[in-house]
Design a protein around this ligand. Structure first.
Ligand code: DC
Length: 224
């Protein structure tokens, strides 16, 4: 099986680019952020203290996560409910950033993620895929862009959806999430030693897509 790991900070365009790349290659796309978001949503609904590992660990056995692929697109189901749309709000983004800091939450998801890669050719995106989840991935890409550019993209996305937020607030959230993701003790965001960094600052979708495809096509180990 072939695994491609794509890591990087929030808003670098990982999901959109990864989805398209996976479709191009005929691989399964695994959006691991969606899994953390779903746990964040559940914790919010339960009114849990997002910074309490004990409270989060107590909730995990109540959570049944399922990913179903509809036309190659991953839908997240939380205890049977399709939450794919609900997990995309700013509130859930921030909750995901908090819950993902807990080793118990990360351990809960690790086996699911590795299992998918054992059974399928995958393009998996997240924060620790190349470093922790799939250290033997044949291709590792660290996708990044400046905080300002990532905030601008995110702001445009939220505004198009009618969410009432300011650019300054989105930029502050991006910086806060970067800080949380890179400073946590458990599997912090960092590029794997053997990852190729792709910086998409100033690049449009097609340019970014081509840069990633070039990295994948140049990678040596492509045979099953
Ligand atoms: O990629 P995303 O924005 O959907 O991720 C949501 C949160 O989950 C983000 O704050 C980082 C966290 N995350 C993580 O810790 N590890 C992953 N493999 C994927 C996401």
């Amino acid at each position: 099986m072939i695994s491609i790991a794509v890591d990087g900070p929030s808003g670098a365009g990982k999901s959109t680019l990864s989805r398209r790349l996976a479709a191009e290659l005929g691989y399964i796309y695994v959006d691991t952020g969606a899994m953390y978001r779903t746990i964040g949503l559940y914790a919010l609904r339960k009114g849990a203290d997002l910074d309490s590992e004990a409270q989060l660990a107590a909730l995990l056995p109540e959570i049944h996560l399922e990913m179903r692929y509809v036309d190659g697109v991953q839908h997240m189901f939380l205890n049977g409910e399709d939450v794919s749309g609900l997990i995309r709000t700013e509130e859930v983004s921030m909750a995901a950033s908090h819950v993902s800091a807990h080793p118990a939450v990360r351990a809960f998801l690790l086996e699911t993620q590795r299992g998918l890669a054992r059974e399928n050719n995958v393009l998996m995106d997240g924060r620790d895929i190349g470093t922790v989840v799939l250290p033997d991935a044949q291709v590792k890409i660290f996708l990044t862009a400046s905080a300002e550019e990532r905030a601008r993209r995110r702001y445009d996305e939220l505004a198009a959806r009618g969410e009432n937020v300011s650019y300054e607030q989105v930029l502050a959230d991006v910086r806060q999430r970067d800080y949380n993701d890179t400073h946590r003790a458990a599997a912090p965001l960092c590029a794997a030693q053997d990852a190729v960094t792709v910086d998409t600052t100033g690049c449009d979708f097609e340019q970014s897509f081509q840069m990633m495809l070039d990295v994948i096509r140049r990678a040596p180990k492509q045979e099953d």
